[in-house]
Design a protein around this ligand. Structure first.
Ligand code: CDV
Length: 330
């Protein structure tokens, strides 16, 4: 038996700081029309898809950054997306800055900010919400940096874990769907938590600069795309799932983002890859039953995982130096 679904990565070219949501949403609706013509049933958009990647801009008064966030979904600005998915019967994943009036750990209800993505059914219902856990960057303006990366200033760490839900999509009664956002893709723990919930389709948006201006010798420029794809391909292979990984691409407010959106199968193979730095749709037909193979053989977690040996993974954050070997006394 096969369970086929046609998925698409809707890569977006740059969205400049001066451009309003109407510009981004208009482009996204055109990509949805294109997706419909190509038979796509699930379409994934990038991280923070409605605006420029605003964490590169410093606002001393954090409240000034609220203009980059959404208070409601849909809103008048995002309604055209909801209209399009209803018309075409497409399920989407949308990344955006979320303001939630919600209780924090102390029980106080306040305005909270998250880097969020949601899966939205053609009906407009929110099927699943995820809030980014691995926030890169820094809180305060960093004068020595060439480019600011202020995710830690503008967002709280996601508080929803890594949820997976089984919901109808395309012609299928149930697809096990989960999400990661950008930097999360580099953390195997995040993939494994999804894998432990039998995720079949990981939807992942990202904004990754072509150049790491702060690399201090760590990452040669030609390795940027390799490190991204290595992480996604390993995540899919080791957790027997498909991923649709979607970039914002091109030169945004003078800063180049590398694009290279990909669709990857449970063997870790790239099925489709974007080749432009513009709005571009890539499409792949996925048989979700392929996930069964890995899950019932080499990555049969029930049979082979050894949690008693993994305690450091959840009990320790930073690494510790190992004991130093000393030769036995002669
Ligand atoms: N938006 C991101 O999370 N970007 C990070 C880095 C480059 C800052 C990433 O891992 O791609």
């Amino acid at each position: 038996m096969s369970r086929n679904i046609t998925v698409a990565a809707a890569q977006l070219g740059p969205i400049q700081k001066a451009e309003g949501r109407d510009v981004a949403v208009g482009r996204m609706v055109r990509l949805l029309e294109h997706a419909h013509r190509r038979g796509a049933q699930v379409v994934v958009f990038p991280e923070l898809a409605l605006t420029t990647f605003f964490p590169r801009w410093y606002h001393e008064d954090r409240a000034e950054a609220d203009r980059w966030f959404e208070e409601t979904l849909p809103s008048p600005a995002t309604q055209p997306l909801f209209d399009a998915i209803r018309k075409y019967g497409i399920t989407i994943q949308l990344g955006y800055g979320e303001i939630a009036n919600e209780a924090d750990d102390t029980g106080v209800v306040r305005r909270r900010h998250f880097n969020t993505s949601v899966v939205i059914a053609p009906s407009g219902d929110i099927i699943l919400k995820y809030r980014k856990v691995h926030l890169p960057g820094h809180v305060e303006y960093a004068p020595t940096r060439t480019v600011q990366h202020l995710e830690k200033r503008y967002f709280e760490v996601g508080n929803l874990g890594f949820p997976v839900v089984r919901a109808p999509a395309g012609d299928l009664d149930g697809v096990n769907m989960g999400m990661l956002i950008c930097n999360d893709r580099r953390w195997p723990e995040a993939w494994r938590v999804l894998g432990l919930q039998q995720v079949e389709l990981v939807m992942l948006g990202y904004n990754t600069p072509s150049l790491n201006m702060e690399n201090r010798g760590f990452e040669a420029h030609h390795l940027r795309v390799i490190h991204s794809q290595l992480s996604i391909q390993a995540g899919c292979y080791q957790n027997s799932c498909f991923a649709v990984a979607v970039a914002k691409a091109g030169t945004e407010d003078g800063h180049e983002l590398f694009g290279h959106s990909v669709i990857v199968n449970p063997q870790g193979e790239i099925m489709a890859q974007a080749t432009s730095w513009s709005d571009e749709l890539i499409v792949a037909d996925c048989d979700l039953d392929m996930c069964q193979l890995g899950r019932s053989t080499i990555f049969n977690f029930e049979a082979h995982r050894r949690v008693e040996a993994y305690r450091r993974i959840t009990e320790q954050t930073g690494s510790v130096a190992p004991p130093v070997w000393t030769p036995p006394a002669a």
